[in-house]
Write a protein that binds this ligand. Sequence first.
Ligand SMILES: NC(=O)c1ccc[n+]([C@@H]2O[C@H](COP(=O)([O-])OP(=O)(O)OC[C@H]3O[C@@H](n4cnc5c(N)ncnc54)[C@H](OP(=O)(O)O)[C@@H]3O)[C@@H](O)[C@H]2O)c1
Length: 308
Amino acid sequence: MNNLRNLKITIFGGTGFLGRHLIKYLCNHECIIQVPTRSPAKGYFLQPLGDVGQINLIKFDLSDNKKLKNLVENSDIIINLVGILYEKKRNDFIEVHYNFVKKLVDHIKIYKKKFVQVSALGVNKSKDSLYSKSKNQADIYIEKNLEKFLIIRPSLIFGPEDNFFNKFAQMSLISPFLPLIAGGTTKFQPVYVEDVSKGIVTILKKDIKNKIFEFGGPDIFSFKELLQILLESLNRKRLLIYIPKRGAVLLAKFFQLLPNPLLTEDQIKLLENDNIVLDTNYTFKYLDISPVSLKLIIPDYLKRFKKY
Ligand SMILES: NC(=O)c1ccc[n+]([C@@H]2O[C@H](COP(=O)([O-])OP(=O)(O)OC[C@H]3O[C@@H](n4cnc5c(N)ncnc54)[C@H](OP(=O)(O)O)[C@@H]3O)[C@@H](O)[C@H]2O)c1
């Protein structure tokens, strides 16, 4: 039985990388999707993922509390995928990751809706990064205030539109080396975007509540190994240059001046902790999902960076 059929699901941040894959799954389950976005025109690419009228893009700004209340009131399930990797003048971590979630949770509490928050793996462990602290504060607020919540903490997500492998593949086109930031020893458990989407939909279908899930792929790789896998799949040789923390901080100070920085000081702080699933029963295994390996997937979508 399809218990998600005809449910109205509002997905904040649905125009992003994870959003487009999750929306495809939810459309297959015959849900009605609302995507509040700063720019509906930029989200038109989502429309073909569903039937006519199944996906509605709604102009929305995070500060519009009245619209937020209406959106919550008119939804069965709310999913939050809004997130930033670096701060800009008007978009700081606390504003986007915490203050917005707090307002959202306050409305959800009144209307007693089900809420899914996509957080990130390790936010409860990382002490110094503002990215993590702001997300962790939001997770704590959700746990304290809601009757029906789910928090999903994925490791590094990979897939055709990802921010990590595409960025380094692009860099390998023009640079004779790739940087091993902070030594390249931080461990990751990369997880496929389709598996994250499948995981969220399975949780909703099984009506699981009040749990924090950690999503990681089948393998653990160091940062250095990730770059080696990337270069192997591109069939390209590049020097991997060790950049100690101090050097990385200097690099970040320079990159932060650019509109879309490759590295920030806050991300260096994130690299101080491994990004792997630890001590929890709530993983893909609990959902009977076997996540797919990075090595099987990236050669296909990174083809465009290959020179034959
Ligand atoms: N990608 C990963 O490897 C990864 C790993 C762990 C956790 N996560 C978390 O998973 C969630 C989804 O990630 P993603 O990779 O899909 O992110 P993404 O591609 O960057 O998309 C995030 C969405 O958030 C919205 N957004 C960003 N800044 C905003 C602002 N200032 N005001 C309003 N909306 C804003 C944007 O929607 P509009 O432009 O349409 O307004 C955007 O589509 C995020 O919370 C992220 O932290 C991601």
